[in-house]
Design a protein around this ligand. Sequence first.
Ligand SMILES: CC(C)(COP(=O)(O)OP(=O)(O)OC[C@H]1O[C@@H](n2cnc3c(N)ncnc32)[C@H](O)[C@@H]1OP(=O)(O)O)[C@@H](O)C(=O)NCCC(=O)NCCS
Length: 208
Amino acid sequence: MSEAAAKPRLKQIAAYDAGALTLAGPRVTLRRPEPGDAPRVAALMNDFDVVKNLSRAPWPYEPQDAADWLAHIAAPTTARGDYPFAVVTGEGLVGVVGISTNPQNPEGVELGYWFGRPYWGQGYATEAARLALEFAFHDLDLQKIDAGHFADNAASGRVLQKLGFAYTEDAPRFSKARNCEVACRMMILPRGRFAEGGANQEGMRHGG
Ligand SMILES: CC(C)(COP(=O)(O)OP(=O)(O)OC[C@H]1O[C@@H](n2cnc3c(N)ncnc32)[C@H](O)[C@@H]1OP(=O)(O)O)[C@@H](O)C(=O)NCCC(=O)NCCS
């Protein structure tokens, strides 16, 4: 990468670290989560049907869990390599999307997301994930992003499909909330495929 091309990217990452970066889509805005998000995160995550689909969230999900997570992600991202975003609409924080490492996939960098139940089925996950993927490919300069969804979570599989992810393999993953291994479908999105707009532009119908 040329120095000229690297500078705007580094500027975006520095802005993220400073809590000053916002990524705006037609209906949602992404920003760095902040300690004041704790009550909202705790309220929306107090739902087993949200938490059971995540690998690392505990159940029951207590207010302290939200405070602990927000404190953890307040660490400098350059050291940790995780870039979580609060997804905000006119109703406030509606979910979280992030680019992160996962100990269950030490070689990869993953897309992850969750949304509060009142906000499902409105295309928010697809729109927010597209913004996070743009950041990952353009600003973090990643060549590919992995994602895994539990086999019984078809809605997330559909989101990944709409984004252009392709299935790679089944790889059981431990779910902290379920306290057991769960069948998990691993997916991959190479940068070139995202640049072409992904395999399936149907998701764009939610954009207007
Ligand atoms: C999965 C989740 C993120 C989806 O969020 P969302 O904002 O509703 O997603 P979108 O509206 O962008 O897209 C959902 C798609 O799944 C489809 N879908 C919903 N339920 C489905 C089901 N049971 N089976 C198959 N497809 C389903 C929707 O019809 C939509 O596809 P379409 O646009 O072709 O109609 C949300 O339900 C959630 O947060 N669940 C709990 C946490 C979670 O599962 N996180 C992901 C972990 S891998």
